[in-house]
Design a protein around this ligand. Structure first.
Ligand code: 5AD
Ligand code: SF4
Length: 443
């Protein structure tokens, strides 16, 4: 009898690192079911799209992809398609999506990933299935841990968010904050390191509120301190830090660590106190600046990155100018800039003074041109200095060369043999562009 053909799964992730991490979980579950990963859509038996709904532009991209898959399914009726994650989890979204895309076989919400193999079995028997729980009822440790055998891994330390920033859909689709136990996290990282991992990024919507529910007290700084002790791990990164919860203890822990990278992703969102208040961010621009000053005082060489939204409801030209002003004051190595996108179910979606698309576009352009100059200036001041790089692999644009990252998360391209991949090197920076640096290995 002919041997069963090997089943192939293509997984696509949209959105943030948590979405990528969830997509990895789903791929691992399908592997347990006999699938091998592939990026060849034309020969796939199963396609999984892990979705994002943080902005309308992400949703539109995903809807376009779902439409493309319809054509693929017409050519290959045996193809199974699964749509999972944040977009499916939005209140009322499932019915709308099912009507729009009847060719989809599996719909799974953010709280249903642990059950993916059961859903897969059901559709392999024929039929379609949808499972979207409103609450996270499964135990925290019920999905596979980060994939082993890679140089870098993303490790969830917590799930959900309690902050309810008024523009943000995340608390509505990922539920309330839940922290994993430190011993589970440390065991996962120890196992990853034994399989060759050298860098971990600890993931949470607001890592600074990690462990709030723990007694006796054990906070994010304590976790960082303990992860820093794991032998053979070379680097530890973490995202995202909410400015309102960034403690002196955390900054001091990073300063006192060995592998803790001096990089803070500290979203400011706006430079106007009026807008920050309406965003429910729970800090002022003065408080934010005092946190930045504290970081620079303790860690003068730390890199800072940020997220900024332009065109939040009620944002006047003066509010926007205050954002530009603060961008000029703070030396971010990179800023992720977004036009406000109305998300139904959030408080800001109900605010009356929505800003026109034209104004949002204009403000985004101005903001980006300011930041591009600043990012280049940040990189230019690195020229002539030497930085520790973790070598990641061949450069995508020129496979003859290698790429790695500084502790500050800046990308550096340089010449060197592939045996260096996975090791730490000192590189002297010789050239700077807006996005990347070029350097030479230091003797
Ligand atoms: N519109 C635009 N940007 C948003 N973000 C979150 N929600 C929205 C929205 N409705 C941005 C914030 C956040 C980042 C991950 O996405 O800047 O920090
Ligand atoms: Fe959204 Fe605010 Fe939570 Fe970040 S902290 S996920 S922006 S609600």
């Amino acid at each position: 009898m002919e041997k069963d053909k090997e089943k192939k799964v293509v997984t696509l992730a949209y959105g943030c690192q948590m979405s990528e991490r969830d997509a990895e979980t789903l791929t691992q579950i399908t592997r347990q079911e006999g699938y091998t990963s592939s990026d060849d859509l034309l020969n796939a038996d199963l396609v999984i799209i892990n979705t994002c709904c943080v902005r309308e532009s992400a949703e539109n991209k995903i809807l376009g992809k779902i439409g493309e898959l319809k054509k693929l399914k017409e050519k290959n009726p045996n193809l199974k398609i699964a749509i999972s994650g944040c977009m499916v989890q939005q209140p009322g979204a499932l019915e709308r999506l099912q009507k729009r895309a009847p060719h989809i076989d599996i719909w799974a919400g953010t709280h249903n990933l642990h059950d993916f193999s059961a859903l897969l079995h059901q559709v392999e028997q024929g039929g379609k299935v949808a499972e979207v729980w409103q609450e996270p009822k499964m135990p925290l440790e019920s999905t596979p841990q980060a994939e082993k055998g890679k140089l870098q891994a993303n490790v969830n330390i917590m799930y959900g968010c309690n902050n309810f920033c008024s523009y943000c859909i995340v608390p509505h689709v990922r539920g309330r904050e839940r922290s994993r136990k430190p011993e589970e996290i440390i065991q996962e990282i120890t196992d990853l390191v034994s399989s060759g991992c050298r860098e971990v990024t600890l993931l949470g919507q607001n890592v600074n509120s990690y462990g709030k529910e723990f007694s006796p007290v054990y906070d994010f700084a304590d976790l960082l301190h303990d992860v820093d002790q794991i032998p053979n791990l070379l680097r530890i990164r973490f995202i995202t830090s909410h400015p309102k919860d960034l403690s002196d203890k955390l900054i001091e822990t990073v300063a006192g660590g060995n592998k803790l990278c001096e990089h803070f992703h500290l979203p400011i969102q706006s430079g106007s106190n009026f807008i920050l208040e309406r965003m429910n961010r729970k800090y002022t621009r003065e408080y934010y600046l005092s946190r930045v000053n504290k970081i620079h005082e303790i860690l003068p060489k730390a890199s800072l990155t940020t997220d900024i939204i332009v065109g939040f409801p009620g944002e006047s030209e003066i509010d926007f100018e205050q954002t530009l002003e603060i961008m000029n004051m703070i030396h971010y190595s990179h800023a992720f800039t977004f036009m406000y996108s109305k998300r139904s179910g959030t408080l800001a979606a109900e605010m009356e003074d929505q800003i026109s698309l034209d104004v949002k576009k204009r403000r985004l352009q101005r903001l980006m041109s300011v930041q591009n100059v600043k990012s280049l200036a940040w990189r230019e001041q690195m020229i002539g200095n030497t930085y520790e790089i973790l070598v990641e692999g061949p450069s995508r644009t020129n496979p003859e060369r290698l790429v790695g990252r500084t502790r500050g998360n800046e990308l550096v391209v340089f010449n060197g043999p592939s045996e260096l991949i996975g090791s730490l090197l000192n590189i002297r920076i010789t050239e700077a562009g807006t996005w990347t640096l070029v350097g030479d290995i230091e003797d």
